[in-house]
Design a protein around this ligand. Structure first.
Ligand code: AMP
Length: 392
């Protein structure tokens, strides 16, 4: 059975098609600059990468090109072979704790939550509607970034603000990256050979979050109402004194939406260094003696250690720590510094084993009290698995 994973952004559309249940990737690609001039798409098939410049006025046209490529490359002979299409949705609010079939009611609820994810949810709806038009016989599903975190207890998701903000305005912690945290936590349990585990999952990429996962269920997570909470990220500030926001709005005379842009796009590692939001550039800066890069790296690592320590205590112990996403999978020095900061818990880095990039492996010594692993994340596969279950 063929299943398509789709991740629609406001001007992009990423896709990956699988043969299920074998989980074999048949074709993948991305449409970029949809609705903007100079649009194009790239596809990967049989180890080959192809780029085409085409006019992409909207997502429906992107889906039409996608269908054309599937047929021209004989990935499918008929569109009826595509049984399921899974759509990534960033914000599912308190409505969704699992993947759902994209009924009109589900779409209406996603739309209602647009206010909490103004850039992402509308794009997902456009993607779902376009896919339904172009491939009408497939089961369309919605896979929520927030769903995995719905098992958090109340004390971990309520903010210490007037309670009416929660009841009347839906202000609470929802978390994000849930599909990734679930994927690596499940894989970690497979490696440990049991399900009754306490795992700390560190999804550290350009966006970054940490979760505490007990027996496969989320107990706590670092992102909040929006992704701008918890860790220091590429260009997001993460946790800070909330009053800085109103103080600096007064000082700078900026609007709420301008302040939102500063906190999401001009802060974090980029804000501290003024150099870049990319950890590779920060590492280069550290090597060449840039003091602000060194400071940013210290702060970045410190915050991750703080969260791991918090979740260790909250879970009353920890069976394994997982590193994933761009930095987690590839930055040997960041992982080493984090693990060195956990020495008081008996974590011991295996220098040689830690020298891996983009590959699964254990990176601590045998005598480490908590084993640490690198597990490359695969959100597309997780979307395909859920969609397969609802389509077969
Ligand atoms: P993601 O958001 O998961 O795609 O992660 C992207 C981020 O991973 C980039 O912005 C980099 O900061 C980071 N990254 C990727 N490769 C490396 C590397 N070799 N060393 C350090 N950071 C890396």
């Amino acid at each position: 059975m063929k299943v398509l994973s789709v991740n629609a952004g406001s001007s992009s559309l990423k896709f990956q098609m699988y043969e299920m249940p074998e989980e074999k990737v048949l074709i993948s690609g991305v449409f970029e600059r949809i609705g903007i001039h100079e649009s194009f798409y790239t596809i990967k098939i049989n180890g080959e990468k192809i780029r085409k410049e085409v006019d992409l006025p909207d997502h429906k046209v992107a889906f039409e090109y996608l269908v054309q490529e599937l047929e021209n490359n004989h990935v499918v002979e008929s569109l009826d072979e595509i049984k399921g299409i899974g759509h990534r949705v960033v914000q599912g609010g308190a409505y969704f704790d699992k993947t759902e079939v994209a009924t009109d009611d589900v779409i209406a609820k996603i739309e209602e939550l647009n206010v909490l994810a103004p850039l992402h949810n509308p794009a997902a709806i456009i993607g779902i509607k376009a896919a339904k038009e172009v491939i009408p016989n497939a089961v369309q599903t919605t896979v929520f970034d927030t769903a995995f975190h719905q098992t958090m207890p109340e004390e971990n998701y309520i903010y210490a603000v007037p309670y009416e903000w929660y009841t009347d305005y839906k202000v609470r912690r929802y978390g994000a990256h849930g599909t990734s945290h679930k994927y690596v936590a499940n894989r970690m349990n497979e490696l440990l050979g049991r399900d009754d585990t306490k795992i700390i999952t560190c999804h550290i990429g350009n966006g970054a979050s940490i979760s505490a996962v007990v027996n496969g269920k989320c107990l706590d997570t670092s992102m909040g109402l929006t992704p701008n909470a918890g860790l220091i990220m590429g260009s997001r500030c993460g946790d800070m004194d909330a009053t800085i926001v109103t103080y600096m709005m007064d000082q700078l005379g900026v609007s709420a939406s301008e302040m939102d842009t500063i906190l999401n796009k001009k802060s974090g590692v980029l804000g501290i260094t003024g150099v870049s939001s990319d950890m590779r550039d920060i590492d280069d800066g550290v090597r060449s003696g840039n003091e602000r890069c060194a400071l940013a790296k210290k702060m970045y690592v410190r915050r991750i250690i703080d969260y791991i320590a918090k979740y260790y205590v909250e879970m009353n112990g920890c069976d394994a720590i997982v590193f994933t996403a761009g930095v987690g999978e590839n930055s040997v020095s960041t992982r080493r510094q984090i693990m060195e900061g956990l020495e008081v818990l008996g974590v011991h880095v295996d220098e040689e084993a830690n020298n891996i990039r983009g590959k699964e492996g254990k990176i601590t010594t045998e005598d480490s009290s908590i084993p640490c692993y690198v597990i490359p994340t695969d959100e597309e596969l997780m979307i395909a698995r859920d969609t397969y279950e609802l389509s077969k």
